[in-house]
Design a protein around this ligand. Structure first.
Ligand SMILES: NC(=O)c1ccc[n+]([C@@H]2O[C@H](COP(=O)([O-])OP(=O)(O)OC[C@H]3O[C@@H](n4cnc5c(N)ncnc54)[C@H](O)[C@@H]3O)[C@@H](O)[C@H]2O)c1
Length: 258
C-alpha cells in the first residue's frame, strides 16, 4: 500500500481547485488534477506541484458527464493504489446572468448538471469505491469535501440556477455525511464567500466597492489559499467526531451584524 494518501480534486486547472491541489501536494498528498478542457492550465498546476517536490497526475474528465466518472476513479486508484479524498470543486456560474423571470431551461440544466448532478453521481461512485477500500484495509477514514458557496443561502435573483445548485449541494453534503458515517467516511462542505478567481473577475469592481464598504467583517477578498487552508485543516484528521459540517471561509460574511 502506498504511504502517500491520494486526493482527487475536480476542476483543478485554475482558481480554487488549483490552490487546493497545491496545498494538498505541499502536505505530502498525491494529487489528481482533474480538468475538463484547458489542458495547458492543468499541466501548469502539475508543474507548480512538481517544481515544489510534490506528486500528481493530470486526468481529463467532464464531471457533468456521468459516463466519464468510472474512468476517472479507476485511473486514480490504478496510479496511487488508493483514494482517500474527493474534493468536488469544479463548478460554473451561468454563462449569462439573467433575472429569474428570464432564466432559460438551457442555462438551468447546464449549471445544475455541472454543479450538482455531476458531483452527486461522482460522489456516489467514489463512495462505493471508498467503502471497498476501507473494507480491504487500504485506506482509513477517507473524506469527501464539497466546495459550496454563500449562494446556498444568499438570494441573487440574477443567477438563480447557481444559488439552487449550491443549496442542493449543501443537502447533498448532509445526505452523504449521514449515509457514509457507518463506513467511517466523513463528508464536509467548505463554503467560500467572495474569492478572487476568474469566476469573480467580471464583478471585480462591484465586489471591491462592497468589501470596501464593510460587506465582510474581514475587509478583503478571499483567496484560493484561504479555501485550500480549510481543506488541509479538515484532512489533518483532528475532527474525528464531526461530519456534515459547513466550514465558512468568507471573512465573516455569514455573521448577522448590527
Ligand atoms: N470564486 C468565488 O468567489 C467562489 C465563491 C464560492 C464558491 N465558489 C466555488 O468554488 C469552485 C471553484 O470556483 P473558482 O472560483 O475557482 O472558479 P474557476 O472558474 O476559476 O474554476 C473552476 C474550474 O472548474 C472547471 N470546470 C468547470 N466545469 C467543469 C466540468 N464539467 N468538469 C471538470 N471541470 C470543470 C473549470 O474549467 C475551472 O478550471 C466552484 O464550485 C465555485 O462555485 C467560488
Amino acid at each position: 500500500m502506498s504511504e502517500r494518501k491520494a486526493a482527487l480534486v475536480t476542476g483543478a486547472g485554475r482558481g480554487i481547485g488549483r490552490g487546493i491541489a497545491m496545498a494538498l501536494a505541499n502536505n505530502q498528498w498525491g494529487v489528481v488534477i482533474n480538468y475538463r478542457s484547458n489542458e495547458k492550465k492543468a499541466f501548469q498546476t502539475a508543474h507548480l506541484i512538481k517544481d515544489s517536490g510534490g506528486t500528481c497526475i493530470v486526468l481529463k474528465a467532464d464531471v457533468s458527464r456521468l459516463s466519464e466518472h468510472r474512468r476517472l476513479i479507476e485511473e486514480t486508484v490504478r496510479h496511487f493504489g488508493r483514494l482517500d479524498l474527493l474534493v468536488n470543486n469544479a463548478g460554473i456560474a451561468p454563462r449569462q446572468r439573467r433575472d429569474i423571470l428570464e432564466t432559460t431551461a438551457n442555462s438551468y440544466d447546464k449549471v445544475m448538471t455541472v454543479n450538482l448532478k455531476g458531483p452527486f453521481f461522482l460522489t456516489q461512485l467514489v463512495a462505493r469505491k471508498m467503502i471497498d477500500l476501507v473494507e480491504a484495509g487500504t485506506v482509513e477514514a477517507p473524506k469527501i469535501i464539497n466546495i459550496g458557496s454563500i449562494s446556498a443561502y444568499v438570494s441573487s435573483p440574477n443567477r438563480s440556477e447557481y444559488c439552487i445548485s449550491k443549496a442542493g449541494m449543501s443537502m447533498m453534503t448532509m445526505l452523504y455525511a449521514d449515509r457514509l458515517a457507518e463506513h467511517g467516511i466523513q463528508v464536509f462542505e467548505i463554503r467560500p464567500g467572495i474569492i478572487d478567481t476568474d469566476m469573480t473577475s467580471a464583478a471585480k469592481e462591484k465586489y471591491d466597492r462592497l468589501i470596501g464598504e464593510g460587506l465582510t467583517s474581514i475587509r478583503r477578498w478571499g483567496t484560493a489559499e484561504d479555501v485550500a487552508g480549510a481543506v488541509v485543516a479538515v484532512v489533518q484528521g483532528y475532527l474525528p467526531f464531526s461530519t456534515g459540517e459547513i466550514i465558512n471561509v468568507d471573512g465573516g460574511f455569514h455573521l448577522r451584524r448590527l
